[in-house]
Design a protein around this ligand. Structure first.
Ligand SMILES: [Zn+2]
Length: 387
């Protein structure tokens, strides 16, 4: 605590300028950021439990860098209500990497994707670089359809941990070539340049077409497609941040569930709220809250979809927390939240797990992130990766 020159300056300025000007000024104050959500959205009640006990589909939603404070900040901003609160079962996940207390998205997502702890910055490989079978690989072998929807590049660490194998997450051109063999049916995200502007001059978009994929480069075309195998790389880099990108992540997620359900055999889908992490790295509290609110509205749509389906398990968790965010003040009645970050990197706190639908009771308790894989595999009825 204590006053510094910047906070005194802001306090003085606030006497002379209206709130809208202050909102911008706040973003320059790195140690105590504020955000107010102007227009909250209503949270509808989802019918509580599916009629059938059978589990056919699994939707895993990962909020990258989303700890409890990120969720709490969004909850305050939206006047004390979120779709998060409708989950029936909750747990806590321990996120450490094999060789580091504070993990990254590669080791964090690989643990969830494969059931094995790996080293910092590895994706889809074990600690010595051997390929791991992931949830999408195993689901495909079982005859299930699979899908990945992200707001970052498809070659970024989280999706790469499910669909690629590389000891170094930075090798995004190498990771892109792994999609040729990944067998994931529906792929939606950014990162087109890693497919078609490569050092080796290969055109992976053409090669994916040759593999039977419809290759799509705009969100609108994706939402209008009913093909069963799609590579949608709708941006050269990442998708824009919320709310600038509009509801595209929400809509692409639901469209993907509809496409996968049409395959009739059941499916596994990974939906990642990718950019919560980026906003945490930037210590941008408004950005963090806007991203979590977009993720929460996606959760609302997914839960409604799952309630209508009746055979779908929905799990929401994170790979790690980003920013060491603390909430210091706020007002639920006005949607104002005030917080402080302690790092520009990740932190080592446990992250929440939320579950809803058939099998949700398995996700209560405190466990390693690798257990998420084992619980999902148990529900899908098959043992792998050396078990
Ligand atoms: Zn990060």
């Amino acid at each position: 605590m204590g006053f510094n020159r910047t906070s005194v300056l802001v306090a003085v300025i606030s006497l002379y300028f209206p709130a809208s000007v202050m909102a911008q000024a706040d973003q320059t104050v790195k140690d105590n950021l504020q955000y107010t959500l102007q227009v909250p959205y209503p949270v509808e009640k989802i019918s509580s439990s599916p009629k059938k006990a059978r589990i056919k589909n699994v939707v895993l939603m990962i909020g990258d860098g989303m700890g409890l404070t990120q969720v709490s900040a969004a909850w305050i901003a939206n006047r004390g209500q979120l779709y998060f609160e409708q989950f029936t079962h909750t747990g806590l996940s321990k996120t450490t990497a094999a060789n580091k207390l504070i993990t990254d998205s590669g080791a964090g997502a690989t643990a969830m994707a494969s059931g094995q702890k790996t080293i910092y910055h590895a994706v889809g490989v074990d600690t010595v670089g051997r390929d791991l079978a992931t949830l999408t690989d195993i689901a495909h072998k079982k005859g299930l359809a699979t899908g990945i929807v992200v707001a970052c590049s498809l070659t970024d660490a989280t999706p790469a941990s499910f669909a690629a194998n590389n000891i170094d997450r930075e090798e995004e051109e190498e990771i892109a070539t792994d999609f040729l063999e990944s067998k994931v049916d529906i792929l939606f995200g950014g990162g087109r340049r890693f497919f078609n502007r490569r050092k080796d001059q290969r055109d992976l978009l053409k090669e994916m077409e040759d593999k039977g994929y419809e290759v799509i480069t705009s969100s609108t075309d994706f939402l209008n497609s009913s093909q069963s195998k799609i590579l949608a790389v709708v941006e050269n880099g990442q998708l824009d941040i919320a709310p600038k990108r509009g509801p595209v992540f929400q809509e692409a997620s639901i469209h993907t569930l509809n496409l996968l359900k049409a395959r009739k055999k059941g499916f596994f889908a990974l939906l990642e709220g990718s950019r919560i992490d980026d906003m945490g790295h930037m210590n941008n509290l408004p950005g963090v809250v806007e991203e979590v609110l977009d993720f929460d509205q996606t959760i609302g749509r997914v839960l409604k979809w799952a309630a209508a389906d009746g055979e779908t398990l929905v799990i929401v968790t994170a790979d790690h927390e980003t920013g060491g965010l603390t909430l210091l003040d706020g007002d639920i009645s006005t949607g104002r939240v005030s917080g402080k970050f302690s790092t520009g990197g990740h932190s080592g706190v446990l992250v929440p797990v939320y579950a809803w639908g058939p099998g949700a009771e398995l996700f209560t308790g405190i466990y390693e992130n690798t257990e998420l894989f084992h619980k999902i595999i148990t529900l899908l009825g098959k043992k792998v990766n050396g078990e």
